[in-house]
Design a binder for this molecule. Structure first.
Ligand code: ATP
Ligand code: MG
Length: 398
């Protein structure tokens, strides 16, 4: 593909809900651009990123290969806050140049080779451009129809040629990759996700990243009574999720001894909920230290006995910070499908020794009473223990 007729390669990004955010918009856009820069660091390419009306353009240096441009486009599809990612060409603001670029671009598609239906969709953000959008459509559409013999189909076209007239240039492109949607990571604040090695918690963390939270990860390992395997798994999960936000940190608390004291201090049937409350209290302490404003868990209502309504209530009661549970209304099959999509399922399915299996009673209480839990916690001196556990936390940067 020669670049002369096509113009300069670039990647054009469409923003989602951002467009609606009024005054905060500029702040959001700046954060989004920062996140995009972070995600593209791995490419070692000098990028010129510009924000337009509801659009971000990444201009690539002259001579950037088509492969690199495509890899960059694929990488940005993992950055929350974007609805579409287009590999586009930046063309001079002149109808002839636009027509030429569109013709060359279409001639190169597989749809043109097999005579697929097409349509042209133009948008004129700069009203000074000599042609109105329907005039551009007619000019370019007529020429494509004549030269390549492709039939027009305005509703079900197999090939859409998009032409966007901007202030300084025109963007021409034929296809796009769907983005993740959501909000730029960081625009909603910071939260701490309790991450086991299981399937649910990484999905929960991801869903909250997509709503603009920067997420730190906290894992409780059964050490010294289990191996370090669960830590490796948590680390692998955090690394996978780091693709969506960058600058991730994993915090690990050795929890085995605390579990042992829970086991010896109360009723067997309450052990799992007592343990979950101690995890939450510890998490709250860690959250204060890293300035996280909420906790995230992978709970889904009724999925297991610790997730009945009564037991969820008992967990909320253990801390003051809000506990976000994005999966509360999800079925396991839905969670698994999402885990597969974001690439955490295969990691979660690796075998490990979850610290929680150390404490699995024959019959777990489904209606834990808060008073009973508090009695256990008094015996444990749970508040003090949570502080000590938070002191023992180890940090791993991703
Ligand atoms: P998951 O698949 O996320 O492990 P689960 O279906 O196994 O969830 P539980 O074991 O009841 O459910 O855990 C509920 C939530 O508690 C988890 O989603 C996670 O947020 C938190 N949690 C459980 N175990 C741990 C752990 N070892 N370290 C950190 N968080 C944990
Ligand atoms: Mg689990």
């Amino acid at each position: 593909m020669t670049m002369s007729a096509l113009g300069e390669p670039c990647v054009l990004l469409k923003l989602g809900e951002l467009v609606l955010k009024g005054k905060n918009r500029e702040l959001f856009e700046r954060r989004l651009v920062g996140n995009i820069r972070g995600a593209l660091k791995e490419f070692d390419v000098k990028l010129d990123i510009r924000v337009r009306h509801g659009v971000i353009a990444i201009f690539l240096p002259e001579g950037t290969s088509v492969e690199t441009a495509e890899a960059i486009a694929r990488r940005v599809t993992e950055v929350p806050g974007l609805t579409w990612v287009h590999r586009a060409w930046r063309v001079a603001k002149d109808p002839d140049a636009v027509l030429k670029a569109a013709m060359e671009l279409v001639g190169d598609t597989e749809q043109a080779r097999r005579g697929a239906t097409f349509r042209v969709r133009s948008r004129r953000r700069d009203k000074r451009f000599p042609l109105r959008s329907n005039e551009i459509d007619r000019l370019v559409g007529g020429e494509i129809n004549e030269r390549y013999g492709l039939p027009v189909d305005l509703t079900g076209a197999e090939l859409t040629v998009s032409i966007e007239v901007d202030r300084d240039e025109v963007f021409v492109y034929t296809d796009g990759l769907p983005g993740l949607g959501g909000l730029p990571v960081g625009s909603s604040g910071r939260a701490l996700a309790l991450m086991s090695g299981g399937i649910d918690s990484p999905v929960a963390a991801y869903r909250m990243m997509r709503r603009g939270l920067h997420v730190d990860f906290l894992h409780f390992s059964g050490i010294p009574f289990t191996t370090s395997e669960s830590i490796y798994k948590a680390y692998a999960l955090a690394r996978r999720l780091d693709r969506f936000q960058g600058k991730s940190r994993l915090w690990v608390v050795p929890f085995g001894k605390a579990q042992q004291s829970i086991r010896t201090s109360g009723q067997d049937r309450l052990a799992v909920i007592a343990q979950r409350r101690l995890m939450l209290k510890t998490a709250e302490e860690v959250a204060h230290r890293i300035r996280a404003e909420a906790l995230i868990t992978g709970d889904a209502l009724g999925q297991v006995s610790s997730q009945t309504l009564a037991n969820i209530t008992a967990q909320d009661n253990a801390v003051d910070l809000p506990i976000l549970r994005p999966l509360v209304g999800w079925d396991k099959t839905e969670i698994m499908a999402e885990a597969r999509k974001i690439g955490t399922l295969e990691i979660s399915e690796l075998p490990d020794e979850d610290c929680c299996t150390l404490l699995a009673p024959r019959r777990a209480e489904t209606r834990a009473k808060i008073e009973d839990l508090k009695a256990i916690e008094r015996r444990l001196d749970a508040e003090e223990l949570a502080v000590r556990l938070a002191d023992s936390v180890q940090e791993y940067t991703i």
